[in-house]
Design a protein around this ligand. Sequence first.
Ligand code: ZN
Length: 391
Amino acid sequence: MTAPFVSSSTRFEVTAPPPSDGSTRARTGLLGLPHGTVETPQFMPVGTNATVKALSPDDLKDAGATIVLSNTYHLYLRPGHERIARLGGLHRFMDWDRPILTDSGGFQVVSLGDLRVVDEDGVTFRSHLDGSVHRFTPEHATAVQEALGSDVAVAFDQPVYPSSPRDVVADATSRTHRWAERSLAAHSRTDQAMFGIIQGGLDPELRAESARFIAGLSFDGICIGGLAGDETPSQRDATLDVAVAALGDDPRPRYLMGLGSPADLLEAVHRGIDLFDSVLPARVARNGQLWVPGGRVNLRNRAFLDDPDPVQEGCPCLLCRRFSRAYLAHLFRANELLAYRLATCHNLTFTLDFMARIRASIRAGTFPADMTDLRARAGRMSGGEGAEQSA
Ligand SMILES: [Zn+2]
């Protein structure tokens, strides 16, 4: 069994390693960070603007959240990282006392910024809010995250769509490597972890090379980027297999960025991933899509207006404990704000409970045999839904 990984900010211990028969790479672990310990595999709800849309910190805790992600790009533009630092840091600002991971802003700069001129030193982009021109470099993205004071900062990278031509992927990947070294060199907070990002698109050689390069640097954890985009599930599976195999017995946590449907989470855990984030459960909730065992129900459907049952029998969330499908269907049709809160509470509770079931199965040593039941519970919530990224 691999010894725990320990640094000034991070302790990661694999508590149930994958079986030696090769039937799965799934594992459980404990990730210790400055604001608390996170059981893995784990899902991180996304609080883009220092809030998971429609939820209070108490709602998040009730849903079972132990760590959240917040977006560096958004907080840098509004209200500003220096303002948040003056107000005591991101934890105090959003009144969340558990771990926070901030992304590097690379994905948002490339996907949301209008101008986005990439050069060797950094990226110049136009704010999606007011068109003002800004510039991110590895050093600046690191400084912004240090000001926010997240538990985990992420190195600045240049993501590209999985389907991009090989020369575009190769160019972005080698630049990501140079930026990884610069991000690490710029990082000075010893009470904050820094994770590095593997790129390499869908090309097995580039992916393996990137995994080895990033793993060769003194990061506290390894992110797998450039997926959860326009690739097919089988392309994603194959790419994960290459990356995780290249990491070998590396003792650090592995985080697949941007994946969020229960079916997709399950397959990625099976391939050895420990951490996930996505806006998906909350976004589809706000559209009236409620996740239940085996599939989903659309509460905008008028058939539910007379349904007195809870959305999911036995679910401990605020919605299912106290309200009927009929009530939620009414709230959506009347555009009442409470609909967003209740639906989001439910989808996050479902997702985090699903991760807890996966962990229990891995700990019991029955995960490969339980995959059939877990797949049935996840339903067919993959494909287009799963292809959305945090934004
Ligand atoms: Zn519920």
